[in-house]
Design a protein around this ligand. Structure first.
Ligand code: PMP
Length: 287
């Protein structure tokens, strides 16, 4: 069952609750997180909560929730909804105030959440996905997980328009790939794994961090956090996208190019297997 949480209460998702002058609604003035639930447990929630705190600090939104409190609400949502495998989305907006661009005084941030069943696309993981390239037109604070997602929305729509599964963005001024529309992007070339470095131009994905800090070193691969061009990516041996929902999903086609032999590569497959092992260790099982 799906379930919502709004301003302290568990509610039906269909209930009308948006407040007209919520700054999240009017300015996109807020942040969000999405966490994967496996076997009735949130995976890597501590990392999501740490990123949430950072996003709030960067936007100077007062931090009015303890991690323990947010963790308890996540667990309550799982219990009350009965969801075993799904996604919990939460957002914190700066709060409700008379419309004016500058920060209002004394406003209290507003938390809302949803939980829904959802399944990882295992067909995509087994066969790989096709992606289009799209100019990255987003603002210069892509490191903040802000509610302003129009650049990402237009990027994702480009893949729908072209009938492919994903979009990889590149900056026109540098001709360098940044990330997917809602994922981080990696390539493997001559045995080396490449991904864009942490900067204001990409979101520091939780899945990316788990790969970079834990999985890649444990498997003994060489990683360089360095940006690369679309041409470099097209000539790579393997490519893959990472996110909470995609986990590690092979990219086998980029715009007009086939990556490697057009099938998920061995490095990508080993990273996904190791990621699944970590999920099983933390959540007990994958489903
Ligand atoms: N980049 C962007 C732009 C995203 O929206 C996401 C998904 N939230 C990611 C990367 C991947 O982040 P994560 O691994 O934390 O889901």
């Amino acid at each position: 069952m799906e379930l919502g949480f709004f301003d302290g209460e568990f509610i039906d998702l269909k209930e009308r609750r948006v407040l007209l002058e919520d700054r999240g609604y009017q300015f996109g003035d807020g942040i969000y997180e999405a966490t994967h639930v496996y076997n009735g447990k949130c995976f890597a929630l501590d990392r999501h909560l740490a990123r949430c705190r950072r996003s709030l600090r960067e936007l100077r939104i007062p931090i009015t929730y303890m991690d323990e409190e947010l963790t308890a609400i996540h667990n309550d949502l799982i219990q009350k909804s009965g969801v075993k495998n799904g996604v919990i989305y939460f957002q914190i907006t700066r709060g409700v105030a008379k419309r004016n661009h500058a920060f209002p005084d004394s406003v209290v941030p507003l938390l809302s959440m949803t939980i829904r069943e959802s399944k990882t696309n295992t067909k995509w993981q087994e066969e790989g996905i096709h992606c289009t390239l799209f100019e990255d037109i987003r603002w210069l604070r892509c490191d903040i997980k802000s509610l302003n997602l129009l650049g990402n929305v237009l990027a994702k729509q480009a893949s729908h328009d072209k009938n492919v599964q994903g979009t990889i963005q590149y900056r026109k001024d540098t001709n360098l790939i940044t990330e997917g529309s809602s994922s981080n992007f990696f390539v493997v070339k001559d045995g080396v794994i490449w991904t864009h470095p942490i900067s204001n131009l990409i979101l520091k994905g939780v899945t990316r961090s788990i790969l970079v800090e834990k999985i890649i070193p444990s498997l003994g691969y060489t990683l360089v956090e360095k940006a690369f061009t679309p041409e470099f990516a097209k000539s790579a041996d393997e490519a893959f996208a990472t996110s909470t929902s995609l986990e590690v999903t092979p990219v086998v086609h980029l715009e007009d190019a086939t990556i490697g032999n057009g099938k998920p590569g061995d490095v990508t497959k080993s990273l996904l297997a190791a990621y699944h092992d970590l999920v099983k260790k933390e959540c007990g099982s994958l489903s």
